[in-house]
Ligand binder design. Structure first.
Ligand code: HEC
Ligand code: HEC
Length: 360
């Protein structure tokens, strides 16, 4: 087992909580660098043609632009935006709760490592020294946990109080998105616009799969951050554009939206795009960006992360400007939706909301 210096500085956007990590895989700058190299290394696949980055491309917020990924049983490649916060991984596997375990799945299947483990480790040795399969998945998971995105125009509005950050159309779209009328924020909730998230100091969450009424079956509620860049959409890539996504929701949920309201909602979703994330040299292919010091990525180190940030508090921050009544109703809708999504008993849910049961 390779040993690493445990030096690490989180570079969290304002208002973002500290991600939960596996205790046996602490964050480390050295491990992050190793994980980054491995993530982009085609030697990790049996035929030497595919790396994680073949499907998870930074410029597309770590997706690939295809409806479905080859060799994936008809599944659309998921974004790795803020993946560290997800309570479970993959479109519909609530039991997969560690990024370390997830990383093995594509390696063993799509990338053809199964049965060739020793050969692949031997192949990597001249470039990386002695590594075990566990070292590899730990390093890749460390790299993935650092893929945090929270510098979109929406964040500039909410966290930097930059009132010019959203256009009028985006602003109207935001109000629609958080309204009871559309109900979008009931599922795409919290700072990550997603299903359940876990973080240090957060309340206990259970992974949840839900039906959105647009596609068949139950799936994890994906983050909408960077969604502009991650099409085609849904678990099967069956919807090509965001305009079509809104149309499909409008039909499925009987939302009577005018054409300009639909356009506003799409505009709002585009305001969740974080170009700093998709161009951050720390996350780029190290073989293409030699010489760029990834250590601090141009951002302030040691920014104190605000713990316990939930949608409710974040939402109130700016909704207090847009109208306090809307805020409380959104929070209530949020909580109802959480209850509906999970299989908790009423007591469990109440305890979690009261913050009585922090994540271990
Ligand atoms: C052939 C394309 C392909 C390759 C190569 C690939 N992935 Fe993926 N990735 C996918 C697809 C498709 C999904 C969704 C799978 C599902 O839900 O069944 C996915 C899902 C994920 C997820 C889950 C994200 C979430 O929010 O739940 C992570 C993490 C991930 N991949 C990391 C990796 C890593 C690490 C590698 C390299 C070891 C890798 N992927 C290689 C296509 C790929
Ligand atoms: C009942 C919960 C629920 C509600 C309400 C909901 N969604 Fe979703 N949303 C989901 C789930 C689950 C998925 C993934 C479905 C799939 O992959 O088949 C999804 C997928 C999406 C996607 C595709 C994301 C991607 O990465 O492929 C977009 C965009 C989206 N929703 C936007 C919206 C908007 C806009 C609204 C409000 C009009 C909304 N959602 C309301 C649960 C919900």
């Amino acid at each position: 087992m390779k040993l690493f210096l445990l030096l690490w500085v989180w570079q969290l956007p304002t208002g973002f909580p500290l991600p939960h990590i596996q205790p046996q895989n602490r964050m480390s700058q050295e491990k992050f660098e190793l994980g980054r190299r491995l993530f982009y290394d085609v030697r990790l696949s049996w035929d030497g043609k595919q790396s994680c980055a073949s499907c998870h491309q930074q410029s597309r917020a770590f997706t690939d632009g295809r409806a479905v990924a080859p060799g994936s049983k008809g599944r659309n490649t998921m974004t790795l935006t803020n993946v560290a916060y997800n309570a479970s991984f993959m479109w519909s596997n609530p039991k997969l709760t560690a990024l370390e375990d997830q990383a093995l799945v594509p390696m063993l299947t799509e990338m053809g490592v199964r049965g060739h483990e020793r050969e692949i480790l031997r192949r990597l040795r001249p470039h990386y020294g002695e590594l075990s399969l566990k070292d590899i998945v730990n390093a890749i998971a460390t790299f993935e946990r650092a893929l945090i995105s929270g510098r979109s125009p929406y964040d500039r509005l909410v966290f930097d109080a930059d009132h010019e950050a959203l256009s009028e159309s985006e602003w109207r779209g935001m109000q629609l998105f958080f309204s009871e009328r559309t109900g979008c924020a009931a599922c795409h909730s919290g700072f990550n616009f997603s299903g359940p998230v876990r973080y240090v100091g957060g309340r206990a969450v259970r992974p949840a799969l839900v039906a959105n009424g647009v596609t068949g079956g139950k799936f994890r509620v994906p983050t909408l951050r960077n969604v502009e860049l991650t099409g085609p959409y849904m678990h099967d890539g069956s919807i090509a554009t965001l305009d079509e996504v809104i149309e499909r929701y409008a039909v499925a949920h009987k939302l009577e939206l005018t054409t300009s309201e639909c356009a506003d909602m799409v505009a709002f979703m585009r305001s969740l795009t974080d170009r700093e994330f998709t161009t951050d040299p720390r996350f780029a292919d190290p073989s293409c960006s030699a010489g760029v010091s990834p250590a601090l990525g141009g951002r302030e180190a040691g920014e104190t992360p605000a713990l316990h940030v939930t949608y409710s508090s974040v939402g109130c921050l700016y909704l207090s400007r847009a109208g306090a009544a809307m805020c409380s109703s959104t929070v209530a809708a949020d909580r109802r939706a959480e209850a509906a999504q999970s299989s908790w008993s009423a007591e469990e849910a109440a305890a979690a909301w009261a913050g009585a049961e922090p994540y271990p």
